[in-house]
Design a protein around this ligand. Structure first.
Ligand code: GAR
Length: 196
């Protein structure tokens, strides 16, 4: 089995979309892949509830318990390794995981770690993407799935989806429109990596 480990920090709706897609499209039979674990850096992340309901193993690793970013990332990497399958490298899927990663961590999972970012990269890396797109007068916004490299919100683009920015849009309204597309493209992008 190819083990997929999904990292979240909050609602986990992208993680849920991936889990549902894996069930619906029988990733176990099709790709020999399973969602082995959902890890959150926050104990109260709502997504953990969904994962547990689905019978998926969950882990919490609170970043506040670590003195440095390096120590947290080293423990996180060790935790992920526990779900690394022997037969094939695990895919690490960042789904609303709101942490800046150290170079050692990104190097360790190079080529097998993906992220979803709510903008049309390379535009608007970082935070507050929707408000920044509205302030900039963008007529279109969207979402990007990319491989993770050492540089924040960079790395080879796997998939993008575009939505219109409507007159009088608020950041929340735009975020909700983008999120519906996130749920479409992220499972698809993961599936195409598994089938490659
Ligand atoms: C999503 O919009 C995702 O693109 C974004 O956080 C949200 C998480 O939602 N990620 C980032 O901003 C990463 N820089 P979810 O927890 O419901 O999937």
């Amino acid at each position: 089995m190819k083990n997929i480990v999904i990292l979240i920090s909050g609602g986990g709706s992208n993680m849920a979309a991936i889990v549902r897609c894996a069930q619906r499209d029988a990733w176990a039979e099709k790709y020999g892949a399973q969602i082995a674990c959902v890890i959150s850096n926050k104990a109260d992340a709502k997504g953990l509830v969904f994962a547990r309901e689905q019978g998926i193993a969950t882990e919490v690793l609170d970043h506040k318990a670590f003195a440095t970013r390096e120590e947290f990332d080293a423990s996180l990497a060790a935790l992920i390794d526990r779900y690394d399958s022997l037969a094939a490298p695990a895919l690490v899927v960042l789904a609303g995981f709101m942490r800046i990663l150290t170079p050692a961590f990104t190097a360790k999972f190079a080529g097998r770690m993906t992220n979803i970012h709510p903008s049309l990269l390379p535009a608007f890396p970082g935070l507050h993407t929707h408000q920044r797109a509205i302030y900039a007068g963008c007529k279109f916004a969207g979402v990007t799935v990319h491989m993770v490299t050492a540089e924040l919100d960079h790395g080879p683009i796997l998939a993008q989806a575009v939505v219109p920015v409507l007159p009088d849009d608020t950041a929340d309204a735009l975020a909700a429109r983008v999120l519906t597309q996130e749920h479409v493209i992220y499972p698809r992008a993961v599936a195409s990596l598994l089938s490659a």
